[in-house]
Design a protein around this ligand. Structure first.
Ligand code: PLP
Length: 426
């Protein structure tokens, strides 16, 4: 058996492996289309009888090599890139669910995903029950229905910084014959590999740490290949019965462990089209080449910053799962022993007004609608992403009006702390 490479080596050399005389660096296949000698051969590609590229909406070599790198980092069986994290999460669900189906999701997920699940997918007839991820298993059982087709959660929730008990959620999902999908954006496979804890499918907003430089919006879906679709064939007819739009192919029979990703590519990407541009996949790959170096530094800096904030009298509270005493410290230690992420949330004793004044005084940290960037950035959800909500509504959404979301970058920790100090002391 081939020796397993370390994640460090996969970050650098995974995906593109040039043959003799080929470019050392992953090439950008900046082409919408691919040439063939015979019409017959092109026909076989359309029938999924042969592997090959014909149109970039369906597959592109640059994208495939980057997807393969992420697939290996997660320890999966198959993966695909999408145009954004939103597209990845949408596909992860609609690849399994049709009108009349149902999803159970942790309530603490990213606002965009929560909106997708409870507003937009609802318009397409897919219902979602949001659950408190910290609730005991017996309580969570009650959210399941006969038409439940998937369970969803985030390894570390954005922005709530709730750590998902992956094993608990995997047990629940599997007891009901459905897969667990985990959005692993904040932890990245460097800090957590959800498949090792029972998750079946992993999604990413590659826009965040994987890119890491705020250059390109993108997403990824990885399938572990572990979920037995045929054992629950009645629940997943899309994977286990003929797809008439593809000459009656049965994905599980023809593609085995790649069934889920092949269906998402051949059917969903064909019909809906949110592909990642090969240029963006190239930029994403550059980011991935240093992911294993950047993540430990993000975590180290965030820990120092969290400790500093905690030591100050004008700071009311600090949430950081990597900080001893945090509500999620024990779960974080179990699932992410080497570190969590670089995102911290905290509140000032002066509340909403003090938060705005503090942010305006920052010099190094920039006010941007982004997280998980090499540069330290800051956002005030009550004034920005959740601006339309009253203080009362904010509480219901679990957002303290005073909450500041700080994405700690990889600058010198002492400079970040000095910037925070001067802004707090104004
Ligand atoms: C940002 C984010 C998304 C959405 O990703 P985009 O690339 O912005 O579409 C989904 N999930 C999480 C956890 C995120 O942080």
């Amino acid at each position: 058996m081939e020796r397993k490479q370390s994640l460090d080596t996969i970050c650098i050399q995974g995906g593109w492996t040039p043959k003799n005389g080929e470019p050392r660096v992953l090439p950008i296949y900046q082409s919408t289309t691919f040439k063939y000698e015979t019409s017959e051969q092109m026909g076989r590609l359309f029938d999924l009888e042969e592997n090959g590229y014909f149109y970039t909406r369906l597959a592109n070599p640059t994208n495939d090599m980057v997807a393969d790198k992420i697939c290996r980092l997660e320890g999966g069986a198959a993966a695909m890139l999408t145009s954004s994290g939103q597209a990845a999460n949408m596909f992860s669900i609609i690849n399994l669910c049709s009108a009349g189906d149902h999803v159970v999701s942790a309530a603490t997920i990213y606002g965009g995903t929560s909106n997708l699940f409870t507003v937009t997918l609802k318009r397409f007839g897919i219902e979602c029950t949001l659950v408190d991820p910290d609730a005991p298993e017996e309580e969570l059982e009650k959210a399941f229905q006969p038409n439940t087709r998937a369970v969803f959660g985030e390894t570390i929730a954005n922005p709530a910084l709730v750590v998902l008990d992956i094993e608990k959620f995997a047990r629940l999902a599997h007891r009901h014959g459905v897969p667990l999908i985990v959005d692993n954006t904040f932890a990245t496979p460097i800090n957590c590999r959800p498949f090792e804890w029972g998750a079946d499918i992993v999604t990413h907003s590659t826009t965040k740490y994987m890119d890491g430089h705020a250059m390109a919006v993108g997403g990824c879906i990885v399938d572990s290949g572990n979920f037995d679709w045929e054992a629950h064939a009645d629940k997943f007819p899309g994977l286990t019965t003929p797809d008439e739009s593809y000459h009656g192919v049965i994905y599980t029979q023809k593609f085995g462990k790649a069934a889920y990703i092949t269906k998402a590519t051949a059917q969903l990407m064909r019909d809906m089209g949110p592909i990642q541009a090969p240029q963006n996949a190239f930029l994403l790959n550059v980011g991935l080449e240093t992911l294993h170096l950047r993540m430990p530094r993000h975590c180290e800096n965030a820990r120092k910053v969290a400790e500093y904030l905690k030591s100050r009298g004008d700071v009311a509270w600090v949430n950081y799962p990597g900080l001893e005493g945090d509500r999620y410290y024990e779960l974080a230690k179990k699932y992410m022993p080497n570190g969590t992420c670089g995102v911290i949330s905290f509140g000032l004793k002066g509340g909403r007004k003090a938060a705005a004044e503090f942010m305006d005084r920052l010099k190094l940290a920039a006010i941007v609608t982004h997280v998980a960037d090499a540069r330290t950035s800051v956002l005030h959800p009550a004034s920005h992403t959740h601006r339309q909500l009253s203080d009362e509504q904010l509480k219901e959404a679990g957002v303290d009006p005073a909450m500041i979301r700080l994405s700690v970058g990889i600058e010198g920790a002492e400079d970040i702390i000095e910037d925070l100090r001067q802004a707090l002391e104004g």
